[in-house]
Every structure is written in C-alpha cells, then in structure tokens.
Write a protein that binds this ligand. Structure first.
Ligand code: SGN
Ligand code: CA
Length: 510
C-alpha cells in the first residue's frame, strides 16, 4: 500500500475510535457521607429543600430499595470501587483496614480502556488511590472549613472556603482540562453531611423556623433487642452539647476542634454570631430531661439540614456544568450516600446497623435515553452493583469475581426479576458500641445475627413492623419462617464465600 493509502486507513481508524470513545457514556458518581434518605425531598421529605438531588430523580430514576453491604464510610467506598463485599476487598472497618489499592477496581478497568478517571474529595480508605488518571483527596474525614487536600505528588495543599464548594470547584477544574476526545468517569466524594454537621456560613439558620416532628420511636426502650440496648449513639446521651451542637461553654473549648480552629476571622465571626445567640437562648431556658433531649434533636436536625443545603447546591452545580458543556445527554449521573443515617429513629444518630435507616442508602440516577424520567425502581439493588453497572454501561465485560450485578438489565427491562434477598455484614466493634452483625433481608423479613459484643438473633416482620421494634426471634409461630430464613442466609453466605459468617452460623447463640 502506498503511503497515501496508509494515511487514509489510519485516519479512518482514528475517526472511528474517537466516535466510539464519544459514544461510550461519561459517568459522574456523587457520593456523600452519611446523608439519610429521610432528609431528601425526592424521598418524600416536605421540610428539606434538595432541588439538585430531586432534579436527578425527576430526570431519571429514584431507587427506593438501594442498600449497602456494610454501613460505614470506608467499607462502603471499598465496595463501590471493587464490586465486592468487605471480606473479599479486605476493607472491613474504619479502625484496622487499609485499602489494598493493587487489587482490581472498576476504575482501573475504565482507565485501561481509554476512560479518563478521577476521584475528588472524601476518600477515607487510608492508602492512596491507584488506577486513576487524577485524584485530589481529603485526608481522613477532612475538614469543613478551609480543608486540606492531598495531591497526587503527596503534597498537602490548604484550600480557602467551605468544603462542599471547593470539592465541586476542583471537580469542574478537572473537567475543564480533560481530553475531550475521551470519555470520563469522575467520582465526587463529599464530606457533607458527616458529623459534626457544620453548615456553610450562608446556610446558618436556614431551618430555624421549622420544628421537626419527633420520630414515633424516638423514645425506644430497646425491649427485646439486646444489641440496641448496649449501643452508644443516642441523641440523649452520646450527642455532645459542645462538639456536636456547638454549645461551647468557653473559648478554650471552642478552639479545641478542628472545624472551628481552621476558620478565617470572617467565617468565625459568622459562626459565633449565629451560635452565641442560641447559647444565650439555651441558658435562659434552663432545660433538662425530655425538654433538653428534644431541644438537642431540633438543633441536630437544623444543623444537619443546613449542611445538606450546601451539598445539594453543589450537586445542582454539577448538573449545570453538564448542561453548559452539552454533556447532559451522554453522561450518567448517580447520586448516593455511603450509607444511610439515623435522624432520631430509635433515639439515634450515626449508622452501622442492618436496621433500615442505616442499611438503606439514597440513590438516584440519570441516564438519558436509558432511564425514563421520573421513574421509581423498587428492586433490591446495592452499592455492590455500582462497579458492574458502570462497566456494563461502558460496554465492557464485568470480571467474573465481582460479586455485584449490573443493574442495567433490570432498568432496561430485559430482565424482569432482581434479587430476592440481600446479604449484609458489619464488623466494627468500637466507637458507638454497635455489635458486629450479619444477616438477610427478604421482601418481608429481616433476620440478623449479632456476635462479639452481643450474641443474639433478631427477626422482624417488615410488613407489620416497619420500624423494627418487635424482635420475633424465638417466639411461638415463627419457627418455620426462621428455619427458612436461616437456610437462605446460609445460601447467601456460601454464594459470597464469607467464611467467617459461615463459621458463626454453626455456633449456637448462648
Ligand atoms: C467518627 C465519628 C463517628 C462516626 C465515625 C465513622 N466520630 O469516628 O461518629 O461514626 O467517624 O464515620 S467523630 O467524633 O470523629 O465525629 S464514617 O462515615 O467515616 O464511617
Ligand atoms: Ca459515612
């Protein structure tokens, strides 16, 4: 072939591969921290304003039965990356685990197949990200004000401003400079709405006019639930007046915490003006007993919802960026939290439990041309499914050892039936005193085995007891369903190859 002909072959190959690259969808996954589905407009909350998240739901799908494999920050992110349960990806708890970045992840697959990939924001996996084209992460939990970022060369840079805005700025900067001939996958990891719920200065007091209704089981007595009785995560006893609710009694106490210590004079002045007034009001009220607990509940929700405001505003910004750059049509957008969160149910904040509020996560997804706007999905899906779903959408093969399943066949209706049951395993046994636990959830029942801290089984009929208050395990009339659920649980343990749980199944509860 003469040179000119070679040139034309090469040219047409280049055109085809660019066209292929552009056809493959871009992906943005926005992962917040500890954002409860109860605190989202699209999920039916009439008091909170979340137009950004609601827009994704309106233009795509709201998942009403999205769950996590292990309700904690690091374990959830490790599951999202690998499509595997904690016992397979090695990140079981925040205390001892370090993510082994040399293992396969969906990001690595995408990078190797021509995607530009990035993770910006909260990471919390102890080791540095591997396999990304770019990353900029918060150290550990990160800070709300003027946060530090670890850069790819290991240097630490301090940014000025409020963390949710900065993470979005950095995400947009990365999108601005990317190679537009290639598809991208960007993970935006938000710090909000993690404890201790520091709103942006412009959002302070945003929800002060609202009195939030107490959940019906706020004064739970934990009767029949041994593990619930020994936890340390109540708004009453665990949530602190100073650190959590900013009711410092003196300057020294206030200066002690990272989030206040780092503020600029103007940020600090806005913060002090707002909280000093509340401190004075509280002093004048001289509350105690139930009145004080309920005051704490109101303050918790006001700070939490105000922190949601900046998170959501920046989600809107991501969507506007896509609009402005004509990327909306060819970009999958997923918003999810790393787990759910208690908003006073059982008297609690925090997560960890296989109980609904923490096991379930909010998840909305927009995928133009594939998902019908405004649809609601009620299949059992999990954070475990994100990795295979994205690989599937990118037209790539899902590795056989990934334990999740692509959601696309369900969403495209080529497959009618999703999971019949879900498996859960939580390991951490320190802060908040939540007992390690594993279990199964079916359409109607939930069976949980607690171990290490508390040795017990719990069974709930979710049709008649949505808030999981009545443990039916061992009660007359439930023998057959318990035996059936134990068999199903054993089958799932075998399927996912969880040898630790398999061994525990053989041990009788004392
Ligand atoms: C910190 C928090 C806990 C929280 C864990 C895990 N305490 O330890 O309340 O449960 O993080 O959260 S704090 O005093 O440091 O705020 S996770 O989202 O990272 O898993
Ligand atoms: Ca979290």
């Amino acid at each position: 072939m003469r040179l000119r002909n070679w040139m034309s072959v090469l040219f047409s190959l280049a055109v085809t591969s660019t066209a292929f690259a552009q056809q493959r969808p871009n992906v943005i996954i926005i992962i917040s921290d500890d954002h409860a589905f109860q605190a989202i407009g699209a999920y039916g909350n009439k008091l909170v304003k979340t137009p950004g998240i609601d827009r994704i739901a309106q233009e795509g799908t709201r998942f009403d039965r999205a769950y996590v494999t292990n309700s904690l920050c690091g374990p959830s992110r490790a599951t999202i990356l690998t499509g595997k349960y904690s016992h397979k990806n090695g990140f079981k708890d925040n205390d001892h685990s370090r993510f082994d970045g040399s293992q396969p992840s969906f990001i690595k697959e995408l990078t190797q197949n021509g995607y530009q990939t990035a993770w910006i924001g909260k990471w919390h996996l102890e080791t540095k990200p591997q396999g990304f084209s770019h990353w900029e992460i918060l150290p550990g939990q990160g800070q709300y004000y003027n946060p530090d970022f670890i850069e790819m060369d290991s240097s630490i840079s301090r940014a000025s401003g409020y963390v949710s805005n900065i993470i979005e700025d950095k995400a947009e900067n990365w999108l601005d400079q990317r190679d537009t001939t290639k598809p991208f996958c960007l993970v935006i990891g938000h710090k909000a709405t993690h404890r201790e719920w520091f709103p942006d200065t412009c959002d302070l007091g945003r929800y002060d006019g609202i009195t939030f209704p107490l959940p019906a089981n706020f004064y739970d007595d934990y009767n029949s639930r041994k593990a619930a009785a020994v936890q340390d995560m109540t708004i009453d006893k665990t949530m602190t007046m100073s650190y959590d609710l900013k009711m410092f009694t003196n300057q020294e106490e206030e200066d002690k915490w990272n989030n206040t210590k780092r503020m600029s004079p103007s940020q600090r002045s806005a913060f002090d003006t707002y909280y000093n007034k509340i401190r004075e009001e509280l002093k004048a009220k001289n509350l105690s007993g139930k009145a004080l607990v309920e005051w704490k509940f109101q303050r918790y929700l006001r700070d939490y919802y105000s922190t949601v405001a900046a998170l959501d505003r920046n989600i809107s910004r991501t969507l506007q960026y896509l609009d402005k750059h004509q990327l909306t049509k060819n970009t999958i957008v997923i918003y999810m939290s790393d787990q759910g969160f208690f908003m006073g149910e059982h008297g609690w904040f925090d997560k960890r439990w296989m109980y609904e509020e923490s096991f379930r996560t909010p998840m909305v997804m927009r995928y133009p041309g594939v998902l019908k706007p405004g649809t609601v999905n009620k299949d059992f899906v999990m954070n475990l499914d994100i990795a295979p779903t994205i690989l599937d959408a990118a037209g790539m093969k899902v590795p056989a050892d990934m334990q999740g399943e692509s959601m696309l066949p369900l969403l495209k209706h080529t497959k009618q039936k999703g999971r019949e049951a879900m498996y859960y395993h939580y390991y951490e046994n320190t802060v908040h005193h939540v007992s390690p636990q594993f279990g199964i959830k079916t359409q109607r029942y939930k069976l949980i085995r607690f171990y290490e801290r508390v040795d017990a089984w719990e069974l709930f009929d979710l049709d008649t007891d949505k808030s999981e208050m009545h443990n039916l395990y061992g009660q007359k009339g439930y023998e057959a369903i318990t035996a059936k659920l134990k068999k199903q649980l054993s089958d799932l343990i075998t399927k996912y190859d969880d040898t630790e749980a398999a061994a525990l199944m053989k041990v009788e509860v004392k």
